[in-house]
Design a protein around this ligand. Structure first.
Ligand code: CO
Length: 308
């Protein structure tokens, strides 16, 4: 039985939609990779097995990294053009600056949705007061492509503090969800996206389950932050620091926890563009010529400099 539409009562649908629950295409462990000035990230993709997951280009779990007092590891000045970077902090504080003159801070639960568009140069470093005392830095960075028609738009920020991000709890208290992008039932995220994106952070108490509607053509993945999850139609067990990529074979994604531990998991999905992707590091365009032009622009300082 097929169901369509966004407003679906999960309590009803979870009983009769096994035929529509997506199965798993692959599970892959994230790789420790040094980034920035030596900050260790756990990169899920790109990797040898996954070039990208249209429209998603990269997923990094930043840390967790324990900084000593006055130790400052982060992501010093670097450019971006042609896509969106989404930073979601779990622990610690980052400070960002960019070539447009913007500056801001990101603390636990905060999200920065940065549309690089035509390009900018920015830095993301531990915030000064936080760095004095040291502590744990932990978060996520997701890169989302822009369509050809959106690659040259003016850079834009949505800096959203944790308190403004909708947090929903199920009546039985067993599942909570932070709605970073898209919607959970009729609760909509406060962040605007140029193309349809779903970005949810679920916390499941032991022995719980969620069934999330996701349009069948959307590419979708989950990432286990902590705990042991049971994913997809076959309830495949997957442990922390693993990425689960779903097949496009159903309109629901099912996620469960085991009977021992809580489960923290990100669920991300988006409408694919099916456009050519030519990437060179922090530049993502549609053709080799556009990449060459971008490198030239960067060398000539046309993407910007941080002047303060
Ligand atoms: Co960056």
């Amino acid at each position: 039985m097929r169901k369509t539409g966004k407003e679906i009562d999960i309590t009803q649908s979870s009983n009769d939609t096994s035929a529509d629950s997506r199965s798993i295409r692959l599970v892959t462990k994230s790789n420790e990779t040094p980034e920035g000035d030596g900050f260790i990230v756990h990169r899920s993709f790109p990797s040898q097995s996954i070039r990208n997951l249209d429209p998603f280009l990269l997923l990094d779990e930043m840390g967790p990294l324990d900084l000593l007092p006055y130790e400052t590891k982060g992501f010093p000045e670097h450019p971006h053009r042609g896509f969106v970077t989404v930073t979601y902090m779990l622990e610690g504080r980052f400070e960002h600056k960019d070539s447009q003159g913007n500056t801001g801070e990101l603390g636990p639960g905060d999200v920065q949705w940065m549309t690089a568009g035509s390009g900018l140069v920015h830095s993301e470093m531990p915030e000064k007061e936080f760095a004095k005392n040291g502590g744990r830095l932990h978060g996520f960075q997701l890169w989302i492509n822009l369509r050809k028609i959106d690659k040259w738009i003016k850079p834009d920020y949505q800096d959203v503090p944790s308190a403004k991000i909708p947090l929903i709890r199920t009546p039985d208290g067993k599942v909570s969800v932070k709605v970073i992008a898209g919607n959970y039932h009729d609760t909509k995220a406060v962040i605007n996206t140029l193309t349809p994106i779903l970005y949810l952070h679920f916390t499941l108490q032991p022995d719980s389950e969620v069934v999330q509607p996701v349009p069948e053509n959307f590419n979708a993945f989950a990432y286990v932050i902590s705990g042991n999850g049971l994913f997809g139609k076959d309830k495949t067990p997957v442990q922390e620091k693993n990425l689960i990529v779903f097949k496009n074979d159903g309109e629901y994604i099912s996620i469960g926890s085991d009977n021992k531990n809580p489960l923290d998991v990100l669920l991300v999905a988006g409408m694919p563009f099916n456009e050519p992707v030519v990437q060179y590091g922090p530049f993502v365009m549609n053709t080799k010529e556009e990449i060459d032009k971008t490198m030239e622009d960067y060398r000539n300082g046309k993407i910007g400099k941080i002047e303060f």
